[in-house]
Design a protein around this ligand. Structure first.
Ligand code: GLA
Length: 650
């Protein structure tokens, strides 16, 4: 929220259009209530057509044009897409893939995070942008780079990797110990022998791979911080962000978000997914938790995207629903990729706020309605918070360690498991937050651990202390198995956790085949099962029926700690979690809602969102409430049309 407005707008790429189009853009923006545009995301070649040259005239005119029309500018550093001349002149700026092949120009993001030359050029253009526009009245925010996601296995990256490893381990002995290089004769005698985990004959060293992922996230963050420091030096009061991809493996967003003034994310739910609303809610909850407050929806699509096999448009009303849902989950900005749909280039089939159908097209007409509604909501939403008594623990390092070759089952997809657990809360209408396993968990009544294969000693100690001090935990399968070096702990799970859940030993993991399920009595388990020997202190809440594990515990309880050794099918997981939540004193946002309706409290506001194509009618308790979107009073009975939304103030 800047200047009391919910930011509404999107990536604006006017350099793709003749200047005669710009006044029409402005007319349509104003008509739709657009108050913010992101300029310059991929403009490097236009700003610096030759090494060291600067062409700012077009951007000067745009900055002025936006300001004259009351539209704020989120100004991007263009460093996500180096101009072709850079690769030609300095091939070392190009990333090298795992197979030693160059990643060429002709698309975007062809930069090596470790290239000194790339970093110099990036710093220089950032410096000049900040100097030129730092005091421009249109400037509201800095947007550094775009969706940092590159990898590099080349020589310069190898040197940087070694430097990173030296700082982490100090000696090759310590590295050898951490990586377990006694296995397969991988012992390193000197730092120079160490390389990124390039194409190899067979399975790679898992800790080397894990460290390379840690390093890559850190190297990209260094690029971000270098640019951030430059703009902050010029404009200490202008907030800085960089846009995350949602639940994206390449970047530890817990680390990064600490260095952002505003945490932003790009969310592209599949309109065909019946649980698109749950996905949108999950990413909103995760981003809000990283931001520890309001966050920015930097990009979404007004219509179809172009990166799926089949790209479905958003049915009428869905864009509005998902946008207002993001606001309900704490977003103070609702923005898009992109303003005007491109006619050329790789994303010409990706929608824009103004589609190829133009001003009279349905997409723009719906955008216009949304802009008016966001303006109505802004004064009420400002300064309000969303809270949750439940935290889902999520950790990139565990994900990186877990999702490697050579594991018990490649059918276990970490993001899908996180999603299944969030879905259980969402369908139970219980507000969710996310936390890192080493965060302070005291403010939560309930902590859920969908699946954290790697847990550090300090995270385990904190969890044990949390339960000892009155907290409730539900933990999913194959958790607490490895330490921070991806070294397997004895007994199938860390001893402190086994004690917590009443497990003596986990004898074997029994992963399931695709489509296979396991009978757990009251429900069926998916993906996984475990051969557990429980201790006398544990109570068995569900047991395996039939097969090798017949009679062994599937779900264990010891005091306020529960362990699920399989992934219960969705209804069962929801029932388990909502039962535990009830016992822990956690209530749903609203009782007795129809299945398709989500209720979210943001401050004093109650958002009611109908995620179905059917009209639904239901009762809400309490006094008359004011509907901010229609200006009417609501009490008792509420009707929500397809994809309908009410925002009620008590
Ligand atoms: C990402 C990028 C945008 C665009 C969209 C398309 O979010 O940041 O530049 O490519 O994807 O969905």
């Amino acid at each position: 929220m800047i200047g009391g407005r919910i930011l509404f707008g999107g990536d604006y790429n006017p350099e793709q259009w003749p200047e005669e189009v710009w006044p029409d853009d402005v007319r349509l923006m104003k008509q739709a209530g657009v108050n913010s545009v992101t300029l310059g995301v991929f403009s490097w070649a236009k700003l610096e057509p030759r090494p060291g040259a600067r062409e700012f005239g077009w951007l000067d005119r745009l900055m002025d044009l936006m300001h004259e029309n009351g539209i704020g500018v989120v100004l991007a550093t263009p460093t996500a897409s180096p101009p072709p001349w850079m690769g030609k002149l300095h091939p070392e700026t190009l990333p090298i893939d795992e197979d030693g092949r160059t990643v060429w120009w002709g698309s975007r993001q062809q930069f090596s995070h470790s290239s000194v030359v790339y970093r110099q050029y990036a710093a220089a253009i950032t410096e000049d942008l900040a100097a030129r526009y730092g005091s421009h009245p249109a400037l509201t925010m800095w947007h550094i780079n775009n969706e940092y996601c590159t990898h590099d296995w080349g020589e310069e990256a190898a040197r940087a990797f070694r430097t990173w490893l030296r700082a982490r381990y100090m000696s090759t002995d310590a590295l050898n110990e951490a990586w377990g290089t006694a296995f397969w004769s991988q012992r390193y005698d000197s730092w120079d022998e160490i390389i990124p985990p390039r194409r190899a004959q067979y399975l790679k060293n898992p800790t080397q791979v894990l460290d390379f992922k840690r390093f890559t996230s850190a190297a990209l963050m260094e690029c971000y911080l270098a640019e951030r420091d430059i703009v902050v030096r010029h404009t200490p009061r202008i907030p800085v962000t960089t846009n995350f991809m949602p639940l994206w493996t390449g970047q530890d967003a817990w680390q990064w978000s600490r260095h952002e003034d505003i945490v932003s994310v790009d969310i592209y739910p599949d309109p065909k997914d019946p649980l698109a609303g749950q996905y949108n809610a999950m990413i909103g909850d995760m981003t809000r938790s990283q931001a520890r407050g309001p966050w920015m929806l930097m990009e979404q699509a007004a219509g179809p995207v172009n990166f799926r096999g089949v790209n479905h448009p958003k049915p009428r009303g869905l864009n509005r629903l998902l946008s207002l849902q993001s606001v309900a989950h704490g977003a103070d900005a609702v923005c898009y990729f992109q303003w005007r749909q491109s006619r050329q280039g790789a994303e010409k089939f990706h929608s824009g706020m103004v589609s190829h159908a133009g001003e009279h097209g349905r997409t723009y007409q719906e955008i216009k309605q949304l802009g008016a509604e966001l303006a109505l909501l802004a004064p009420e939403v400002g300064g309000t918070q969303v809270s949750s008594q439940v935290a889902i623990l999520h950790d990139w390092e565990s994900w990186w360690a877990d999702q490697q070759d050579g594991r018990p089952s490649t059918g276990v997809e970490y993001p899908e498991i996180v999603r299944a657990w969030h879905r259980a809360l969402w369908e139970a209408k219980i507000p969710a937050g996310f936390a890192h396993p080493e965060h302070d968990l005291d403010s939560y009544a309930l902590v859920l651990i969908p699946h954290l294969y790697l847990l550090t000693d300090s995270a385990i100690d904190a969890l044990v202390a949390y339960v000892r001090d009155g907290g409730t935990v539900v933990c999913g399968f194959h958790t607490g198995v490895a330490d921070r070096d991806d070294r397997i702990r004895d007994g199938g799970m860390d001893a402190r956790l086994r004690e917590l859940f009443g497990i003596r030993t986990i004898h074997e993991w029994w992963p399931l085949d695709a489509g296979e399920t396991v009978d757990c009595g009251a429900f069926r388990g998916l993906l996984w099962s475990e051969e557990i020997e429980a201790s006398e202190t544990a109570e068995t809440l569900a047991g395996y029926k039939g097969g090798e594990l017949d009679g062994l515990p599937a779900v264990l309880r010891k005091g306020r700690a529960r362990y699920l050794s399989t992934l219960p099918e969705p209804d069962a997981l929801r029932a388990i979690i909502s039962g535990v939540a009830r016992d822990a004193g956690v209530r749903p946002s609203l009782e007795n809602l129809p299945e398709a309706v989500e209720a979210v409290h943001r401050g004093d506001l109650l958002f009611l969102l109908n995620h179905s194509r059917e009209t639904v009618t239901f009762d809400i308790p309490g006094d008359r409430r004011h509907d901010l979107l229609t200006g009417t009073e609501v009490s008792g009975r509420v009707e929500l049309e397809r994809y309908g939304v009410r925002v009620l103030r008590s």
